[in-house]
Design a protein around this ligand. Structure first.
Ligand SMILES: C[S@@+](CC[C@H](N)C(=O)[O-])C[C@H]1O[C@@H](n2cnc3c(N)ncnc32)[C@H](O)[C@@H]1O
Length: 494
């Protein structure tokens, strides 16, 4: 099991409770990453001091009970005279339950606190409750398991039976917990940031925004100290929702890690979190140091479709067209471009000793996957976290390539015009614009991982064609302009 600073899991958490220890495979399979105390306390402190006589808390995927314990400590410090705290903890793993039981035995000794462990699968249990229309909890606290849900799995079908579309256990758990809250109930969950803009999380975003108000979001800025679950390093957030409440300004806070040493808090209007008219309903987290410079530049207000352009992922999926791939081209083949063909800001083709193909045979099976000869801009879909910029755009200069169609491999995003080439100045202007720092800063506000999807590029604001052309001409006249000059040119374009 990977050692994750935010979730030092079972080594730390079970150091004094060996029964909870598991083989690495089952830890991963059950998403068993325990919350460190500092985060559990921070999460519990998110809840407003309750004036309720009875706080009914849901802890779904309770593990060893870190979150319930933290909430109980806060409640004890702030409780109403005569108030009660009732905790329902759901946990699947019998080994965890054993440790949880010991932990809850201690909680039960606190005045007016009672706990129940509900063993088994939370999804099945919650779905049954929702079907019985039970909405009894006033509070929910979660660090849910993080694992993809297969498209034809029982979990997916069970969630769908109550109208929840979830691609990962974490979004399924949060959606169910939200359903189980009574109106005005509060939910605090620590989850990966991927739901904020991942295309598959759109139904989840819609559900959150329909059912609840986002009260606050805490962002852990250190990606390498967080989940590495599906191979995409990404940031974590602590999301606080209030069911059925009117959406107001959102409190944003950030810290590098679980130490909270550099905690910053600020309030942001909701209109900057989810943009009006954004059909994807991306949840942006404006980061204070970076500000929202791009949005304040009047020159960049056009959408990609308004300027007549489109972006697609490279249509050539190489393993599907394996028998047509060529390591070196002959004159009847089309060039096939991979991310490896773009280095130091230039297209380099063909590459000798390249591990991937340089070309694809041109025939009836391949023709429909190719684009006509001409200028394009490509953006790598995956950057490494060491790279200075997430968006790395390069001009495809057709003069480097033989005449004839061009293949773009699936790890690239391609900017094009109706599946055809761009005018030269537009292409040059676009590649300069996409490589500018203001664009990268804008992108980082709402994208916490190292992927750049076509959807991300579609929602970016762009200069209009006249301005793109101006940028393109400038770049042609200044072929050696470095990043700082480009940043100045783009930021100064009013
Ligand atoms: C990320 S851990 C977090 C544990 C605990 N909430 C904490 O914060 O330390 C998720 C927990 O969910 C449990 N779990 C996984 N799948 C579950 C399911 N379908 N139903 C209930 N619990 C589940 C795991 O065994 C694990 O203890």
């Amino acid at each position: 099991m990977a050692t994750l600073a935010l979730f030092p899991v079972v080594q730390a958490a079970t150091a004094n409770a060996q029964e909870g220890k598991h083989a690495p495979t089952s830890q991963a399979a059950l998403g068993q990453f325990m919350t460190p105390d500092s985060i559990a306390e921070f999460m519990a402190a998110q809840f407003e001091p309750s004036t309720l006589e009875e706080v009914r808390l849901l802890d779904a995927g309770a593990g060893q009970g870190a979150l319930s314990r933290a909430l109980a400590a806060r409640w004890s410090a702030l409780k109403q005279p005569g108030g009660r705290l009732v905790i329902d903890a759901f946990e699947l793993d019998p080994a965890m339950i054993k440790v949880l039981r010991e932990s809850f035995d201690r909680l039960n000794q606190l005045d007016r606190v009672s706990t129940t462990i509900i063993p088994g699968d939370f999804i099945t249990n919650a779905v049954e409750r929702i079907q019985r229309n039970e909405r009894s909890y006033t509070h929910a606290i979660l660090n849910p398991p993080y694992k993809k849900i297969g498209s034809d799995s029982p979990a997916r079908r069970s969630l769908a039976s109550v109208g929840i579309e979830a691609v990962n256990l974490y979004s399924g758990f949060v959606a169910l917990a939200l359903e189980l809250l009574q109106s005005d109930g509060e939910l605090v969950a620590i989850i990966p940031r991927s739901f904020c803009n991942g295309p598959y999380y759109k139904p989840f975003r819609r559900l959150i925004l329909q059912r609840a108000a986002i009260v606050s979001i805490h962002l852990f800025a250190a990606r390498d100290k967080a989940f590495a679950g599906d191979g995409v390093l990404q940031e974590n957030v602590i999301l606080r929702l209030r069911k059925g409440a009117r959406q107001a300004d959102v409190e944003i806070s950030t810290s590098t890690d679980a130490g909270f040493a550099d905690l910053i808090r600020y309030t942001t209007p909701f209109s900057q979190i989810v943009l009006a008219g954004d059909r994807e309903q991306f949840i942006r987290i404006p980061v204070v140091e970076q500000g929202n410079k791009l949005a304040s530049l009047k020159a960049y207000r056009s959408s990609l479709s308004e300027i007549g352009l489109s972006v697609s992922t490279g249509p050539v999926v190489d393993f599907r067209l394996k028998r047509h791939l060529r390591s070196m081209p002959d004159e009847t083949d089309a060039p096939l471009l991979y991310p490896g063909h773009f280095a130091e800001g230039k297209l380099q083709w063909p590459r000798l000793g390249f591990k991937k193909a340089n070309a694809i045979a041109l025939n009836a099976d391949t023709a429909r996957w190719l684009y006509p000869h001409g200028y394009y801009v490509v953006v790598r879909r995956f950057s490494s976290k060491e790279e200075r910029r997430r968006i790395v755009a390069t001009l495809v200069d057709p003069k480097v390539l033989p005449k004839g169609p061009i293949g773009f491999e699936n790890h690239l995003n391609v900017l094009h015009r109706s599946r055809g080439p761009l005018p030269e100045d537009t292409a040059r202007g676009l590649s300069i614009y996409l490589n500018a720092r203001v664009v990268d800063d804008w992108f980082r506000q709402f994208n916490g991982h190292t992927q750049v999807n076509a959807t991300d590029l579609r929602t970016l604001p762009y200069p209009n064609i006249a301005r793109l052309t101006e940028l393109g001409r400038w770049s042609k006249a200044n072929p050696d302009a470095g990043p700082d000059e480009i940043d100045k040119k783009v930021a100064g374009l009013q």
